[in-house]
Design a protein around this ligand. Structure first.
Ligand code: G3I
Length: 359
């Protein structure tokens, strides 16, 4: 992982202001008198970094053309994840023909803004190219296709991403393996193989499994707990567990989230909150927005309470760009900024949780 050198945020003046940052106070670096940001408040990422964590937001390529949105992303956050640009249909649209245009665009944007990048994702049952899903493959052929894909993509982004979601959403709700194309043809051993191939292609990048509905204890997170324990025992390279955290007010807050994060950390892996959003049934009202704010605070506090919970990523930061209305018609309002990039109560709750002095 590279050291961030973004200025003026990491100047001596900024370091001297760290006590103020911990309290969430305004930072006014003396050397920056001509800057329009002279009296800017500490950002969410500034506050998270006081705890040794990052605070990020995903971004999809078309959103980079929304200048106010891209600018705010680049100032408020310290990390980003491509929403779609590194998925298999984008990176290998034809067999053996790789296209890194979309992922590179986000990596270049992130570099210019001083954000670090999580890679998402090397294998998933969704957004696979049709040449792969419509083909009939022997186990040897599919193993070779998967190995080649992982190797080429990880090598291309070596040194440019600090972590990879190697395998995404590989479990069912009841804790059985999802019968994706890889499981059906290769059996569950494809997961360890994928991790080993990723490690061979980049010895330094952090390798994650990533899923939703695993933030609390339950059958699905139990299955990951058992799997990661076994992978560790078998000396398979696994560095982290990603909890997506696509929450919805109508389904309740995840059960025992802090304890759940802790038990994964106790296995010797990092945990990251990778795709946080908290949706509700529309139209939203003040009571729901207050409850949403409380949940954003609770997720943040749960992460800060566990030393190995390394960071939080929102799945987009504003209701202006969110996957939710297209997937769950009638639901939305899930992010801490509204469609006009104005703060919602959730933003203040995040700041409050990040400025708590005990973690
Ligand atoms: O690229 C095509 C474009 O050519 C076409 O014109 C357009 C018409 O609808 O569709 C475009 O593809 C869309 C793609 O996003 C890129 O914008 C797909 O329809 C759309 O389904 C796809 O949605 C993405 C979704 O994953 C797919 O399952 C969301 O943007 C993305 O935010 C979402 O992200 C996932 C994570 O990867 C894993 N965890 C869950 C999360 C939310 O579903």
């Amino acid at each position: 992982m590279r050291t961030r050198t973004r200025s003026p945020r990491v100047t001596a003046a900024a370091l001297a202001a760290s006590a103020a940052l911990l309290l969430g106070l305004t930072v006014a670096p003396a050397a920056d008198a001509a800057s329009p940001h002279r009296d800017r408040a500490a950002t969410l990422d500034d506050l998270a970094r006081q705890h040794g964590r990052y605070f990020g937001s995903a971004v999809d390529n078309p959103e980079l053309a929304d200048t106010p949105y891209a600018d705010l992303l680049g100032t408020e956050f310290g990390q980003t994840t491509p929403g779609n640009g590194m998925k298999w249909d984008a990176t290998e649209p034809r067999r053996g023909v790789f296209d890194f245009t979309a992922g590179d665009e986000i990596v270049n944007y992130a570099k210019a803004k001083g954000l670090k990048v999580r890679g998402h994702t090397l294998l998933w049952h969704n957004q696979l190219p049709s040449w792969l899903t419509s083909g009939t493959w022997t186990a040897d052929e599919l193993r070779s296709i998967l190995k080649n894909h992982i190797t080429k993509v990880v090598k291309h982004y070596r040194g440019k991403v600090f972590a990879w979601d190697v395998a995404n959403e590989i479990m069912n709700e009841d804790g059985t393996y999802r019968e994706n194309i890889f499981y059906k043809t290769l059996g569950p051993g494809y997961i360890a193989d994928a991790l080993r191939w990723a490690r061979a292609a980049d010895p330094r990048v952090k390798l994650y499994l990533n899923d939703y509905n695993v933030e609390g204890t339950g059958a699905k997170s139990d299955a990951y707990y058992t799997l990661i324990k076994r992978l560790k025992a078998d000396r398979v390279p696994i560095d982290g567990f990603g909890m997506q955290a696509h929450l919805a007010l109508q389904y309740g807050f995840p059960y025992q989230m802090r304890q759940n994060i802790q038990r994964f950390a106790d296995l010797g892996v990092d945990v990251a909150i990778t795709e946080l959003d908290i949706r509700m049934i529309l139209p939203s009202d003040a009571t729901e927005l207050a409850q949403q704010a409380d949940w954003y605070g609770q997720v943040t506090s749960a992460c800060l309470a566990v030393r190995r919970c390394v960071g939080i990523t929102l799945w987009g930061y504003s209701d202006r760009h969110s996957w939710i209305p297209a997937t769950f018609p009638g639901e939305g309002a899930a992010l801490p900024w509204d469609e006009n990039l104005r703060h919602k109560p959730a933003y203040d709750a995040l700041r409050k949780a990040l400025t708590a002095t005990t973690s």
